[in-house]
Design a protein around this ligand. Sequence first.
Ligand SMILES: Cc1ncc(COP(=O)(O)O)c(C=O)c1O
Length: 504
Amino acid sequence: MKKAIAVQDFDNLDIDLEEFRKYGYKVIDAITEYYSTIKDRKIISESSSKEIEKVFEETLPLTGTSVNNILGEWHNRVLPHTTHLGSPRYFGFVNGSGSMISVFADALATSVNMNSGGWKAGPAATEIERRVIKWIAELINYPTICGGLLVGGGTIANFSALLTALRNTADYNTTEEGLQSNKKRGKFTLYMSDHEGHISIVKAADMINLGRNAIRRVPSNEDLTMNTDALEKMLDEDIKDGLIPFCIVAQVGSINVGVVDPLERIAEICKERKLWFHADGACGAFGAILPEIAQMYKGLEQADSVTLDPHKWLYIPYEAGCLLVKEEEKLRRTFSIAAPYLQGTLPSDYNGLDFFEYGPQMSRGFNALKIWMTIKNYGKEGYQKLLRQNILCAKHLHQLVLQSDVFVPMHQPQLFIYAFRFFPLQLRNKNEEEIKSYLDVMNQKIADTITASGFAFIMTSKIKEKIVIRLSICSHRTTIQDIDKVFEKLTTIAGELKEKKEIY
Ligand SMILES: Cc1ncc(COP(=O)(O)O)c(C=O)c1O
């Protein structure tokens, strides 16, 4: 008989508890120190991407390293090459700033390591997520009888929404037969505005295998909202051509200019034609918590599904996306699948909610905790204050641009996104088309220069084919003084570049 392995040969490699406590305090000290300096830090690393790649080049560790050395790596290698999204002058993409209580939430959630894919592996995690979904619905005045779940971000929320839309509108069983069925009568199509429709919808259409061309781009109004007359005309023509429209996607706070599509009208069109109404509110749906702009969101409550991104305008650290679906059963039907190994036996009163039945993931982290704790920490009123501050900053920036000889506005700010363009007064009597490439290059260069300085992080985008400077002001730390300082710096940079006639 073989000798049994002795118990003392086993080792779980857990950290010694006293050591854990000691380093835990050190970590919290380091994080506190970080927060105390976040406003003054250079926002980007000074190293190039190649240099940073090199910093992390190392062979696979074959033997273990002490906690002390590993935590030292955070200070020596990670922090110096961090982009500080929590800075009040970070305005890139549509990136949120990260609530502080989420640091506690993430540490605590990780300590218990619940899997919120199934109720049995995460009862409290499941119930907290269920509650968070209800609170998010309530915050934006969406019917709280809705279903929904947390996902990694807006793209996965949009993917889940479009699949749910297709499953619940197609006239044959797409779950079992997919797109290969001979019952399919034609090409499925969906609709979003041509200028502001977000690429995550294109990605989602691709992922559900409809092909990117399934997206029909609806002409926009002057303010870049969807033109619903054009939408109706397009639908009529497409149906005549044998296409099968199944979903309209409205932007609720769009990527370039933060506009909200005419939701009530889109809801009516969807109802009349039995189409799925999806609202992509990743950027701006949380604005619905402000009564003073509630009018803009009228009709959102009629959407069949809504995408939200708590990691954007709810200031939750990555990742935190969310999908709401008005009729929960439609979401469940889309993703539910059974297997004997998912059932098992538990006490007979078990009737918990299994989130793996409601979305693309089986295993899921305990992301609900940081949202739950942050909503408790700020309260609805706290959030209203923060959102108002962001909108105020965008409006203030608009005023500065209006008074400037250097920049011109590209739109009226609606929410927290604001775009404008370098176009100095001396050149405004010229034919803009003839100097377009000069202006484009200057706008890009101005944004790149301020970002390279580490003082602010600003990107460009394109509005009606013109390169514009675009700020996404969704940090809970940004103040009017930050906007003033950044605008002053942008004006100085523009003057210096003009003088140097620097064009790359
Ligand atoms: C309108 C809109 N929808 C969807 C997304 C995608 O969200 P995520 O980056 O969280 O996947 C974004 C991202 O900026 C967005 O602005």
